[in-house]
Ligand binder design. Structure first.
Ligand code: CP3
Length: 366
């Protein structure tokens, strides 16, 4: 089940991710398809969020919106979906509540919870089967892209998905997550391992369907400590980077560049550079030059990292931020994929994003 697609006319991000010298830094933006775009609201209408994810026609339309609006300024697309489709595939109910975010009506409260045993007993391949609609959306999107830019597939990191599964949604204090970590460490690790196995199978099938790079979002890495990150996140991120290429080989597929985004975990950046990923996404809490210094001679490519909030600022503020970022990452001819330090937020004026993208192109093409 491999597909024939038109050849890429822009492979800048693939060459950069492989560590090659490039003519300028490639650019994409986390959450580039989303609520700041008026055409997103128009296409979504009053459909439920997960209904959009499950409809390949809608998901591919939403994926292409920023590529079309910012033609020539974005060097990658990312499939429209959500990290929480994996807990759904593990049998948990997840709803997206308007203006509030994700909600699990029945989160995992303790290892004695019957649901815990059910989730652990779930076969990884059977869970990945549930996500067939994502693979179909990826294949359709690759066709519609006609080789304009590569398509990124993604999943949530085991730690971040675990937090959602036990908290039941967004949280400020991570009370349930911390109870699991500090009261039930073995049960926590068993669940993290199960999620990691599903992630490998899910990502492999995204690649088989047409994804040309993959990103693992560890959005809640910053809620751990150096010690708990080492025990509750890193081993599972490493499991994915080690096992995905092996699984792809078994499927007769070539490896693809792998990106990890451990948001808030700059305290562990040195060891993150050794996790087996080609690209490490940085949030805006670290100076690019500092990250470059920690990386040293290692081949890892960085991605990021301006404060997404600068897009609420003046053109001068945007220019200044871009200038500092480009300088900090060494000019943009190697080892850096431009992005923001986290996803673009609602109410940003798309024209201000256009200016940000233009400034990066202008300053890195020099
Ligand atoms: O353009 C893209 O980047 C692709 C689509 C994408 C979405 N979610 C669409 C979405 C991606 C890559 C994600 C990943 C995701 N989802 C993460 C990791 C990245 C991050 O931001 O840290 C997380 C933590 C989630 C979980 C999630 N989904 C939350 C917390 C929320 C609500 C609040 C918020 O920040 O948007 C969502 C909803 C969601 N996912 C929307 C979109 C476009 C908004 C839905 C809407 O209200 O229309």
């Amino acid at each position: 089940m491999t597909h024939e697609f038109e050849p890429l006319t822009n492979d800048l991000i693939l060459r950069t991710a492989r560590g090659e010298d490039v003519e300028r830094a490639p650019i994409w933006i986390m959450r580039q398809a989303g609520r700041y775009l008026p055409e997103y609201h128009e296409a979504k209408g009053n459909r439920d969020f997960f209904e959009c994810c499950r409809d390949p026609e809608v998901a591919s339309t939403l994926t292409l919106q920023p590529i079309e609006r910012f033609a020539g300024l974005l060097d990658a697309s990312i499939i429209f979906s959500d990290i929480l489709v994996v807990p759904q595939a593990l049998g948990m109910a997840v709803e997206m509540v308007d203006k509030k975010g994700p909600h699990f009506p029945d989160p995992l409260r303790s290892p004695d919870d019957g649901q815990y045993a059910r989730v652990l007993g779930r076969d990884a391949a059977a869970a990945a089967d549930e996500l067939d609609y994502v693979y179909r959306a990826i294949t359709l999107t690759r066709r519609k892209l006609r080789g304009r830019v590569p398509l990124i597939g993604f999943c949530g990191a085991p730690w971040t998905l675990f937090c959602y599964m036990v908290e039941g949604g967004g949280t400020k204090f991570f009370i349930e997550s911390k109870k699991w970590v500090y009261r039930h460490p073995d049960a926590t690790k068993a669940l993290l391992q199960k999620i990691a196995e599903v992630c490998v199978e899910y990502l492999a099938r995204q690649v088989r369907a047409g994804a040309q790079l993959i990103q693992v979002f560890d959005s809640w890495a910053g809620e751990l400590s150096p010690s708990t990150f080492k025990h509750f996140s890193e081993p599972y991120l490493a499991y994915i980077s080690k096992n995905l290429p092996e699984r792809l080989r078994e499927l007769g597929l070539d490896p693809v560049p792998m990106i990890v985004f451990p948001k808030g975990a700059n305290y562990a950046l040195d060891s993150i550079c050794d996790l087996g990923y080609d690209v490490v996404g940085l949030d805006w809490l670290i100076e690019p030059a500092k990250a470059v210094e920690i990386r040293g001679v290692r081949r890892v490519v960085f991605q990021g990292n301006a404060d997404p909030g600068v897009l609420y600022g003046s053109r001068d503020a945007i220019s200044e931020t871009v200038k500092e970022m480009v300088q900090g990452f060494g000019g943009g001819k190697k080892g850096w994929i431009a992005n923001l330090g986290h996803g673009i937020t609602p109410q940003v004026n798309p024209e201000d994003l256009r200016f940000y993208l233009q400034e990066i192109q202008r300053l890195t093409a020099k």
